[in-house]
Design a protein around this ligand. Structure first.
Ligand code: 4NP
Length: 154
């Protein structure tokens, strides 16, 4: 069992997409019993909220339902519950690294770097438009394939 946590700033735009798209890849590979998948935000402003309407819409357009997700803030216990905690951008990774208790289980890494060897942020689409959300989806699609491949062969 591998437990993977996707973390962005608010847990309403990017990490719910990263979670939903990775979940779809895992389901398509019939590996649901091998993964625990969740998402969280560095901040708690949106705790309990549904993903942003624009994230729900872009996921829906690609046949993925993320409307069952609810935002939550990263918690100190997550560093022992998860094997891999992926920050969607470098600010997220800095926040996670600063918070990680010494000797805890999780490996903290930058999402696109860990998944694809691409040392790049997933840009925050919150103040953007539909095209920005579509761009996040496309990055998540590529990253999920790379991530699943590397976790299966690990
Ligand atoms: P996310 O996007 O980190 O991809 O969920 C954001 C959502 C909300 C805010 C910032 C980024 N906010 O400032 O409330």
């Amino acid at each position: 069992m591998t437990a993977v946590l996707f973390v962005c700033l608010g847990n309403i735009c990017r990490s719910p997409l990263a979670d939903g798209v990775f979940r779809q890849h895992v389901q398509a590979a019939r590996l649901t019993d091998r993964f625990e998948i969740d998402s969280a935000g560095c901040g708690g402003w949106h705790t309990g909220e549904l993903p942003d309407k624009r994230s729900i819409a872009v996921a829906q357009a690609h046949g993925i339902d993320i409307s069952d997700q609810r935002a939550r803030q990263i918690h100190i216990d997550d560093f022992d519950r998860f094997d891999l905690i992926l920050g969607l951008d470098r600010d997220n990774v800095r926040h996670l690294t600063a918070m990680q208790p010494a000797g805890s289980r999780a490996k903290v890494a930058l999402y696109l770097e860990d998944a694809l060897g691409m040392a790049k942020n997933v840009p925050d689409p919150y103040y953007g438009g539909t095209a920005d959300f579509e761009a996040v989806y496309r990055l998540c699609e590529k990253a999920s394939a790379g991530l699943l491949k590397s976790l299966i062969s690990a």
